[in-house]
Design a binder for this molecule. Structure first.
Ligand code: ADP
Ligand code: MG
Length: 361
């Protein structure tokens, strides 16, 4: 197992700049996620680490050793793709044993390692069967087993669960996390699905158009997005972003939006009055105000979507702005209902509307 570090990575394909100067360090034994929309540059970064692609610029280190000039076979990195290929004519056992036989390990040692990995992955019962009889989840497990069995220094996973059904994807994310914890295997996992990333990762690097938007723990990324892009990409439904300006009033600061004015309860350090802002609030941090005479923001219910024991509700504000909120199912709501909401002020995010960067306040 090993740490991974890349510095100032750049890669262009003809006129497409896929990776524009990205650097990050993954600790030994860490579960690290690359999260970004299709085309963000995730696969390119993984392929450069694996040695399958040459960067135009930048350094790649594995376990502290610079490997730019080390061929893929000698990097001791394993990569699993979206559609993992297994040898169809071999049993699962032979599929797992294959990388070890190539390394000329003894028969007993191969047997021990294959059975060990099979046990961790719960595929012992599949060992004598061939891939054509496997379900999607079983194929995935065997492919992961084959990559793990030789204990590569780093395991790279490129959207390995994307085409699986939602329930299976959920089960597999749980298993991958457990597997990673039990083996201490350094993993870099690329996905466009924030839920996968948030469930599994120790740290997440959000990338977009070949640049880093934010690197942090799942909580940091979710609670304190560094940019409007991260705010809307991470979370479902995504964070509400409402254009506003800040004004002084009675010694305090008030956010003035088209549909409402929101006096800030917290003292604000930054000068916010001179620029256009985006107020960010997650759907679960909007509350319905109970009782007559309470202050709040007037809203009308548009759409109600039950989701487990909660519901996602689209609300129209006075000026036609639509926000999404998540509230318990017990609250009875129907289209055209009128109500008042307020925002959990500890959970507000503010962004500069022009640069779309987070403003600390
Ligand atoms: P992701 O994996 O995040 O979807 P990729 O790394 O595959 O992103 O691609 C990043 C960008 O580079 C995309 O615009 C893609 O079209 C381009 N790209 C990737 N590989 C090639 C290639 N071999 N030839 C040309 N363009 C490529
Ligand atoms: Mg990709």
């Amino acid at each position: 197992m090993a740490s991974v570090k890349v510095e100032q990575l750049r890669k262009a394909f003809r006129n497409v700049e896929a990776v524009k100067g990205i650097g990050f360090a993954v600790e030994d034994g860490e579960f690290f996620c690359l999260l970004g929309p299709p085309g963000a540059g995730k696969t390119t970064i993984l392929r450069i680490i694996a040695g399958l692609e040459k960067p135009d610029q930048g350094e790649v280190y594995l376990g502290g050793e610079r490997v730019n000039d080390v061929p893929p076979m000698e990097r001791d990195v394993a990569m699993i793709f979206e559609e993992p290929a297994l040898y169809p004519h071999m049993t699962a056992y032979d599929n797992l044993a294959h990388p070890l036989r190539l390394r000329k390990l003894s028969k007993t040692e191969i047997d021990r390692k294959v059975r060990e990995v099979a046990e961790v992955l719960h595929i012992t019962h599949l060992l004598e069967r061939r891939p054509d009889a496997f379900s999607g989840g079983e194929r995935r497990r065997v492919a992961i087993g084959r990559a793990l069995v030789r204990r590569p220094r780093v395991l790279l996973l490129d959207q390995p669960l994307t085409d699986l059904d939602a329930w299976l994807r959920q089960e597999m994310t749980g298993e991958l996390k457990r597997l990673q914890r039990e083996t201490g295997q350094t993993m870099i996992y690329a996905t466009h699905d924030f839920e996968e990333a948030v469930t599994m990762a120790d740290r997440i690097m959000v990338i977009n158009e070949g640049t880093v938007e934010q690197l942090g723990t799942p909580d940091e990324i979710y609670d304190r997005p560094r940019s409007a892009f991260v705010a809307s990409f991470v979370g479902s439904p995504s964070m509400n972003l409402i254009p506003c300006q800040a004004e002084f009033q009675d010694g305090g600061l008030v956010l003035s939006c088209a549909a409402f004015r929101l006096p800030l309860t917290k003292r604000v350090g930054a000068d916010l009055t001179s620029r256009e802002l985006l107020l960010g609030i997650r759907p679960e941090h909007v509350n319905i105000v109970e009782g007559a005479g309470e202050e709040g923001i007037a809203a009308t219910v548009d759409i109600v979507q039950p989701l487990g024991d909660e519901q996602i509700v689209d609300l129209s504000l006075k000026d036609g702005t639509v926000i999404k909120i998540i509230v318990p199912l017990e609250i009875e709501l129907a289209p055209a209902d009128e109500l008042m909401v307020d925002f959990d002020q500890d959970r507000l995010s503010l962004f500069d509307a022009r640069s779309e960067k987070r403003i600390e306040w």
